[in-house]
Design a protein around this ligand. Sequence first.
Ligand SMILES: [Zn+2]
Length: 351
Amino acid sequence: MPGKGLLERLENGGSVLVAEGYLWEFERRGYIQQGAHVPEVVLEHPELVKVMHEEFVHAGTDVCEAFTYYGNREKLRFIGREDDLEKLNRMALKMAREVADKTGTLMAGGICNTGVYQPDQPETHDKVRAMYKEQVEWAVDEGADYMIAETIDSLGEAKLALETIQQYGKGMPAVLTLACYIPDETTDEVPIVEACRTLEELGAAVVGLNCGRGPKTMLPLLREIRKACKGPIAALPVTYRTREDCRTFMSLKDPDTGKYAYPINLASCLCSREEIREFAEEAKAIGVNYIGLCCGNAPNYFRELAEVYGRTPEACRYRPNMSFNYIFGDTEKTEQYDAKKLRQYMVTGKE
Ligand SMILES: [Zn+2]
């Protein structure tokens, strides 16, 4: 029996968990270059992409999103690999489909901001449409369950993405997630909440935010989006400690050096797992039902999200249990190892 689709899963207060942030994680692992950010790993080490899908399913994702982020014509052309465009897209889609079929999860195709779009230059709109069209058609061909259009920062380009999915997506639902940066508006200066509502009215199945902001600076917007929109709303923050005076991860500074942390020193601003859990709890209370994490995501974060949303993925078997630890665990156990002295050396220093 075929599994439930996106819309069925979201019915009656259901939720869908979506692991993203593949690009950031592959960069961390040494397989993608910071800068162009093209998912060349799909071509060079496809087996690793498949494993990452499996790792995130293990940690609780309901969706394997084909790793086509920045795998569009313009980005491939920029690094001199335009000839590999279709191959990259089809390989990414096939691998996501394969893992999704094996694990009973959904497979999503993905398109994103192109870098080409200029609101007042109609010729760029045609170029963007053509780029989206080919990626949507490949996703249809390879059996995607739905399309994600993500990290788009202007309402104009988001509309083009939605129109293209509606025109060429053979009825696939469209999830539109905008990247909101420092002002609470799109880069074509539409209030972000209004932009979400507009995309919902135009037929997007799910609208919301991803990337750009971390948990603390995304939550206030989510409350407003929840009030303004009728259908499911999405939240996929980055896993960095953004705050009111540094709303985006691009604006964070290393607490030790005071220098901008983006892009290579962001580890100095990572969220704790507890912060991710608290974010998930708040998002759930607000009524966010399409939830995930973007740049900085890792399975240990994702498991927190999954647990808050009532899942017990396999990774839960390995959630921390320090009671078993011979230094920090239950007193009864630690006494037999004379752990008190070790704890002093490790934590408090000698008395
Ligand atoms: Zn991101």
